[in-house]
Design a protein. Structure first.
Lengths: 189, 941
């Protein structure tokens, strides 16, 4: 850890601590894991981006059905390719950390579920979400009828203003009541 | 802050002239612009933006607050400026003092600067249109100040100074001090910045932006914090600031240190990623238990064991610390030690070893008192910790919405466990989510159709009967075994086999092992929903354990009373023998100065010392429990896994997928086992102080062993249950067990006479007499008096009454809150229905509201959905409604149909999408303000 600690300056470390929900150790660990993904030549560059498929090869994200979405949401890349800088990576870990608030978590969850990035969860988003949750294999997939039924049930429950979509405040309203969202919306390195 | 006042102030500002700080201006302009925008927004009425606007709203709120604050200052500010204007005019004429000139210069400059800043602010506001960070605008002044060089800053300050100091007193103002108002304002800004720094991490912005903001805010705070404390308090202030900085840093470091100290974080994380949060919750619980036991061990060890071991008499000095003569031959045998006889029995592990001298050693340590207080204090501490944890859990877990309200949404949005990092678990999770979706769809469709309710009922009753039989049988078995063990105890230990000696513990562990699966099998008859079945199962296992424990206890108490009898006769015999000895001695030597009879401590006749016997029972129970648990894991999990894994190559069916397969980790069983183990520790700790240390060891090994076992030979659950819901359930069980284990201990302390020749309370009538003795002899008399008064029934009764009343009151209050919650919920539901209906056919389902609506001319009761909506529309709808529907049959059927048909082709659907900038990050996209209706209202709810 000695080399990685020296790479992160003290100021930026304390700034990151100020700005994220992570502790010093977690930031250092994140940095270590991040630099492990880098090539030799890229190591010195602070603004280097790691492509999405490399991030997704992390064991913590590997079996997550939302891994692509997570990368896209947290990426600041111009090309929308889901590549992450170290700061984006920290953002990700902070939002998924143990001590992040429900506000933050639900906000990012919403953006992860919002597949087409239009600010609302409409039927197609929900459909994609269900497909993500049930897996891609044939035996677990829901039939179109079931899917329709399910989505209309969900909209019935959570679409309070009845515009056919679930928006952020509706989403947060639903999520905030859930007993186990905060405990399961976690990724720990 | 109502906007009207804002307008007033704006006018005032204009009256006064442009001397007021530019920010106010830009702020108000901005405000006006925004209001325009809001108006526009209202006319467009976009429901969709509600979400994004929540952010905005918040920010705006903040900004408004800020503005409001400024406004508070503004009237007086403008007055000041007015006055100052005059003064400066006068000054201009006279041009008397150099300082004035300088001030003027700065005034001019500041004016210039203001212009600049105004431009800047405007630019900023334009640039930030799409930026949720409205604060930037609110703080434009500070930011500009921060951005400009320090020189300008100084000048600006001068300008400020001139504006304030002149108005306050005279031209001979003190260069060094800002006026109080300015100071307060600055201070507030600094505080605000600090708050911003503290809450920055709660904002869902990009790291870059947060970094920039943080740096700006920090710079600002640093720059102006120094300026705040001028003159006298400066040093103190600087010191204070420095100290707070240090403290913050220290706190952070301490926090880091604390998290670094939490053991097994990695291990648990590993388990978590393989098995999901539910299995990990067991290990977290185990870790929590370990921490609790470590503290209990600290108490026990530090206050009881260590003083006795260091300062008390050494082994062999008095009878209670010596192995009796007839046991000495076998005292070192392993078989004896293994059953905690021999040297173990006469060691500090057990109650009997402790001396009853009031004080021990040079420190005059009151061991008996300490023993009693520690024994009781352990309960007190555990109670406190458990209740505190429960309260915290209750706060954390959702606010207890109705289970059925959001079933589907929760399944959809919260069912994925992001901790899962193992493909196999992920596959299981997919499967379980799919089944749960399908199940709930089917549930919704069929809504519990019971094909044969009588058969089901009969089966359920039958199952319960069977389980009651099991419980009764196991209770009787334990009672029988304990009774028999008493008979065995009277026989010569050499004749007994190992099994006969350990029958009780063996049977109890075996029952704990066999019964839960039996219950599970019987529960198949009932065919409950798995979640309910799990609860039943837990309840039954709990009943089993509890029943076993209490039967064991009652049998033990039987034994204790028997021992007390023998003890009494023995004591009488000893007393008689001693009296005889004294009489003989004095008769023989003709002296009254009788020396103590010289008997080797090992030869002294002694009583059975029932406390140690109870302690030994508990220790044996714990040890056998550990053995059985570990063996079960080894055989049931490990051996099975090995068998399945390697025999699979040469077996006729697929062992891994078929019958034996791998074991699943039994969370509920393990948690309950842990809880009951803890209950036994609590009960036994009083009789065997070493038990707590033993338990610490047990939990420690358990942690490693079970972690290994889980990772090595268990497979993830088919149905993955979520953990958090049951967290407090387990805590509740723990509390119950704690209470139940408190009972026997307190009973013995208060009623049973302690043994006469062993333990710290020997010679006392009752154990608690130690406390009385201390109060009477060591404390000042008045405390004794207070104590007597306090224990007076006349005082206790009212106290109890008061407590009961307080409970009653709190209960009523909480009921009131519940009612209020319900009302609010109902209101929300109603608003929702209204909205739905208005959207669909402009009709209200609520008869009462509809009647009212008909009566009132302008429908003021329900806020109209949109302001711009032509009223004619409503009228038409009303008309159509009255024609379409029969009065009184504002039935759901019609509405429902309409809902179905109208929900999809929502006329506002396309409108909501069009004007929004697509593709941009939704969180950052700034939309118009929400309408006055739902968005806001719901936000507050």
């Amino acid at each position: 850890m000695g080399t990685t600690a020296s790479q992160l300056s003290k100021e930026s470390l304390s700034e990151y601590q100020e700005l994220t929900f992570l502790t010093k150790q977690e930031i250092l660990l994140a940095h270590k894991r991040f630099t492990e993904l880098l090539n030799k030549s890229e190591k010195g560059d602070p603004n280097v981006r790691i492509p999405m498929n490399k991030i997704n090869s992390l064991p913590e994200l590997k079996s997550n059905p939302f891994k692509d979405r997570i990368c896209c949401v947290f990426s600041t890349s111009e090309h929308k390719d889901g590549s992450l800088t170290f700061e984006d990576f920290l953002d990700l870990l902070s939002a998924f950390s143990d001590s992040a608030t429900l506000e933050i978590k639900s906000h990012y969850a919403f953006r992860i579920f919002d597949f087409d990035d239009d600010g609302t969860l409409d039927r197609s988003d929900l459909e994609k979400l269900v497909n993500c949750l049930t897996g891609e294999t044939e035996e677990t997939k829901l039939s179109p009828d079931e899917m329709r039924q399910l989505i209309s049930n969900i909209l019935e429950e959570s679409d309070i203003d009845k515009d056919g979509t679930v928006n952020l405040s509706e989403f947060q309203h639903v999520i905030s009541r859930s007993p186990d969202f905060v405990s399961s919306f976690k990724i720990v390195l | 802050m109502p906007p009207k006042r804002k307008n007033d102030t704006i006018i005032k500002v204009e009256d006064v002239g442009m001397e007021v700080d530019a920010v106010l201006d830009s702020g108000s302009e901005d405000e006006a612009r925004r209001r325009n925008k809001t108006r526009r927004a209202k006319t467009q009425r976009k429901a969709k933006q509600v979400s994004d606007d929540e952010d905005n709203e918040e920010d705006e709120d903040e900004a408004q607050k800020k503005r409001g604050r400024k406004k508070r200052n503004k009237p007086q500010d403008s007055d000041q400026d007015d006055e100052e204007d005059k003064r400066s005019g006068r000054r201009k004429r006279s041009k008397a003092s150099r300082r004035n000139a300088a001030n003027e210069e700065s005034d001019e400059e500041s004016e210039e600067e203001r212009g600049e800043r105004k431009k800047g602010a405007r630019a900023v506001s334009k640039r930030d249109k799409d930026d949720p960070n409205k604060e930037k605008k609110g703080n434009a002044k500070e930011k500009d100040g921060a951005n400009k060089g320090s020189e300008k800053d100084r000048k600006k300050k001068n300008g400020k100074k001139s504006s304030s100091s002149f108005s306050s007193s005279s031209s001979e103002s003190d260069e060094e001090s800002l006026s109080e108002g300015e100071m307060a304002a600055l201070k507030e800004q600094v505080e605000e910045k600090k708050k911003l720094i503290a809450t920055l991490r709660n904002k869902p912005w990009r790291m870059k932006k947060r970094l920039v903001l943080l740096k700006e805010a920090q710079e600002f705070v640093e720059r102006f914090e120094g300026a705040l404390g001028k003159g006298k308090g400066r040093k103190l202030y600087a010191f204070k600031v420095m100290m707070t900085k240090k403290i913050i840093k220290f706190k952070r470091d301490f926090e880091n240190f604390k998290t670094a100290c939490i053991p097994w974080e990695r291990k648990i994380k590993e388990v978590e990623s393989h098995f999901g949060s539910s299995v990990a919750s067991y290990f977290i619980f185990l870790r929590w238990m370990y921490g609790l036991n470590l503290i209990l061990f600290g108490f026990m060890f530090g206050l009881v064991v260590l003083p006795e071991a260091l300062m008390g008499l050494p082994y062999g000095s008095i009878p209670r610390k010596t192995v009796p003569r007839d046991e000495q031959d076998t005292a070192m045998d392993f078989s004896v030690l293994f059953e905690f006889g021999g040297y173990c029995k006469y060691s500090f592990l057990f109650y009997g070893y402790y001396n009853s001298d009031r004080t021990t050693g040079v420190l005059k340590f009151r061991l008996p008192l300490s023993y009693l207080l520690t024994g009781v204090g352990i309960f007190g501490y555990s109670l406190m910790v458990v209740i505190r944890t429960m309260a915290r859990n209750a706060n954390e877990g959702g606010d207890g919405a109705d289970e059925g309200e959001f079933t589907f949404s929760w399944k959809m949005f919260t069912s994925w466990d992001y901790l899962i990092g193992n493909p196999e678990t992920a596959d299981n999770k997919y499967a379980s989510i799919t089944t749960s979706f399908k199940e709930s769809i089917v549930d919704e469709q069929e809504n519990q159709k019971d094909e044969n309710i009588h058969l089901r009922r009969f089966l359920r009753i039958l199952a319960n009967l069977l389980i009651l039989c099991c419980l009764g049988g196991s209770g009787y078995l334990i009672y029988f075994v304990v009774k028999r063990s008493q008979d065995f105890a009277k026989m010569d230990p050499a004749d007994l086999t190992w099994f006969e000696k350990n029958e009780v513990e063996f049977v109890m562990s075996l029952l704990g092992l066999v019964c839960p699966p039996l219950f599970e099998t019987i529960a198949e008859l009932e065919d409950y929903h798995p979640r309910i079945a799990l609860k039943w199962q837990l309840g039954r296992i709990f009943a089993l354990f509890l029943g076993n424990l209490y039967t064991f206890l009652f049998a033990l108490f039987d034994e204790v009373t028997g021992k007390l009898e023998t003890e009494k006769s023995l004591k009488n015999a000893t007393d008689w023998a001693l009296n005889e000895y004294y009489a003989n001695y004095s008769a023989h030597f003709n002296t009254t100065d009788v020396p103590q009879p010289i008997v080797h401590p090992a030869d002294v006749v002694r009583g059975p010392c029932w406390e140690t016997a109870v302690g030994i029972e508990f220790v044996k129970l714990i040890v056998s429990d550990v053995e059985v648990t570990y063996l079960t894991i080894l055989i049931g999990d490990f051996a099975r896994a090995l068998l399945v894994r390697f025999l699979n190559y040469c077996w006729c069916w697929d062992l891994e997928a078929g019958f034996p397969s791998y074991a699943e980790f039994d969370i509920s069983g393990n948690v309950l086992g842990l809880i009951f183990n803890q209950g036994m520790i609590w009960m036994g700790a009083f009789y065997a102080p070493g038990l707590v240390g033993l338990n610490v060891l047990r939990l420690l090994t358990s942690m490693y062993y079970q972690c290994w076992a889980v990772m090595a030979c268990n497979v993830p659950h088919q149905r993955v249950f979520k953990a958090s819901r049951s967290n407090n359930f387990y805590m509740g069980l723990l509390l119950l067990v704690l209470f139940l284990s408190l009972l026997p201990v307190v009973y013995t302390i208060m009623t049973l006479p302690p043994s006469f020749d062993c333990g710290p309370f020997s010679g006392q009538e009752r154990m608690y007499d130690v406390v009385m003795e201390t109060i009477e002899q060591d404390l000042p008399a008045f405390i004794g008096n207070i104590f007597t008064y306090a224990t007076n029934p006349g005082l206790i009764m009212p106290a109890v009454l008061l407590m009961v009343l307080a409970i009653y009151y709190l209960n009523t209050v909480s009921k009131g809150y519940q009612q209020a919650n319900l009302d609010l919920k109902k209101k929300m539901q109603m608003a929702r229905d209204e909205e739905k209906n208005r959207r669909n056919n402009k009709d209200s389902t609520n008869q009462v509201m509809k009647d009212l609506e008909d009566l009132l001319p302008n429908k003021s009761l329900i806020p109209p959905p949109t302001k711009e909506e032509p009223p004619s529309d409503v009228v038409i709808e009303k008309g159509s409604k009255s024609t379409k529907m029969k009065p009184g049959s504002a039935g759901k059927g019609v509405n429902l149909q309409k809902e179905v048909s109208l929900a999809a082709p929502n006329p506002r659907g396309p409108v909501t999408h069009a004007p929004r900038p697509r593709g941009g990050a939704p969180g950052n996209a700034r939309g118009p303000q929400p309408g006055p209706g739902r968005g806001r209202g719901r936000g507050h709810l």
